[in-house]
Design a binder for this molecule. Structure first.
Ligand SMILES: *Cc1c(COP(=O)(O)O)cnc(C)c1O
Length: 412
């Protein structure tokens, strides 16, 4: 395979393992379970430790099976480099641990995955000032910026209410001010959208979701797109400035977060995720088509109070989503009229499984306020536009007619 030719998404990901030496003819990257890596020449070991030569030393900082997955994710995002972590939250936590210090300021979208919302509260407790703003309008982000703002954080499509951030304008604002722009791409996946296109410096993916896609392994990744000028980032320690400037951020994240906090991805999980990644585009095509069909059916039914899906013309950011994304994603949420109890509805579904997680091959449903958003309380839920009866649906790859019929019959 000629590395210079530009192939399509799936071709590139399928054949990426062949860019490096194939071990024993093995077409899938083997699962390397060794924790440590030996050297015939002790001087070579020292060179690897000093970062003067690529190589493996100890499994917490790197592993060949994990590296092969990092390479796949990096190709998906057309990034400069990628680091994998044990989970998506570990990736976001690593970013905060490695790059933020007490006294720094962060501007974050207030429409966030629940655990990320909780993580920002923890970071605030460590002395970082976190401003939560409605990021569907760049004006709110701009108004919140301070001289101490180190990064702006948004999700592409917010989990679970599907608000779409003003992605391109926020990117432009960050570029003008020299601020690091961090985009969580989990809900769109690199198949539907590359945040690099709107100027993101760092892209986050929970590999647990669409990329792994089968609900059998946890993982997360940070990708440096190569767009951010790290010489403008004040918190880089002198020791990481021994690398070329474009590598400063990731060198500090790999050492200060992955090495020191140790949320490393295991090789078995990396293997499962890499196998899943090969079919992501195929699954996403089916999931997006299914999501649109079910969302349209529900919206047309007068027993349903509201449906939130960027693919619907009624969605406030429908036009923006059409402009930015290849399709509208596999997740939507909806509210039933008061006459239908959301628990009864979920119990009548035969195919939709009541479970957390998303991006699985199976359709998963969850009553948001009573589960994943329970801990934050009613006030914060209301500020995020989350009704007490909101149901989140992660649409799987079932046959479209079966799914539409299941969600219809459960209306009673
Ligand atoms: C699930 C999710 C995460 C966290 O990923 P895990 O792999 O579950 O830790 C982060 N961001 C978004 C948008 C998610 O949906």
């Amino acid at each position: 395979m000629n590395d210079k030719k530009k192939y399509g998404f799936t071709t590139t990901i399928l054949h990426s393992d062949r860019q490096k030496a194939i071990e024993h003819g093995s077409l899938h990257k083997p699962i390397h379970t060794s924790v440590t890596f030996g050297y015939d020449d002790a001087r070579e070991l020292a060179t690897v430790f000093q970062g003067k030569k690529p190589g493996y030393r100890y499994g917490r900082q790197g592993n060949p099976t994990v590296s092969a997955l990092e390479d796949k994710i990096n190709r998906m995002e057309e990034g400069a480099s990628t680091i994998c972590f044990a989970t998506g939250m570990a990736a976001i936590g690593a970013l905060a641990q490695a790059l933020l210090r007490a006294g720094d300021h962060v501007v974050s979208s207030s429409f966030l995955f629940g655990n990320t919302n909780s993580l920002w509260q923890t970071v605030a407790g460590h002395g970082v000032d976190v401003a939560m703003v409605d990021a569907t309008d760049v004006g709110n982000v701009e108004a919140a910026l301070k001289p101490t703002t180190k990064l702006v954080f948004v999700e592409t499509i917010a989990n679970p209410r599907t608000q779409v951030a003003d992605l391109a304008r926020i990117g432009k604002l960050c570029a003008e001010r020299g601020i690091l722009y961090v985009v969580d791409n989990t809900m769109t996946s690199p198949y539907l959208f590359r945040p690099k296109v709107v100027g993101a410096g760092i892209v986050i993916n929970s590999l647990t979701k669409s990329i792994g896609g089968h609900g059998i392994a946890l993982g997360g990744a940070l990708t440096d797109t190569g767009l951010y000028d790290w010489s403008r980032y004040p918190n880089i320690l002198e020791t990481y400035k021994r690398y070329p400037m474009p590598q400063w951020g990731m060198a500090q994240i790999r050492a200060k977060a992955l090495r020191d906090f140790g949320a490393s991805l295991g090789p078995e999980a990396a293997h499962h995720l890499a196998v899943g990644a090969e079919t992501m585009a195929l699954r996403m095509e089916r999931e997006c088509a299914n999501a649109l069909a079910v969302a349209q059916m529900l919206e047309a039914d007068d027993r349903v109070a509201a449906v939130y899906y960027p693919g619907l013309k009624s969605h406030p950011q429908h036009a923006l989503s059409t402009e930015l994304f290849r399709s509208y994603g596999s997740l939507f949420s909806f509210e039933l009229k008061d006459s239908i109890d959301c628990f009864d509805y979920l119990n009548r579904l035969k195919l939709g499984v009541s479970a957390s997680n998303l991006g699985d091959t199976r359709t998963l449903v969850i009553p948001v306020s009573h589960t994943i958003f329970y801990e934050m309380g009613p006030e914060r839920r209301a500020s995020m536009g989350i009704a007490e009866s909101l149901i989140r649906v992660s649409v799987g790859i079932e046959d479209t007619d079966d799914l539409v019929e299941d969600f219809r019959q459960a209306l009673g």
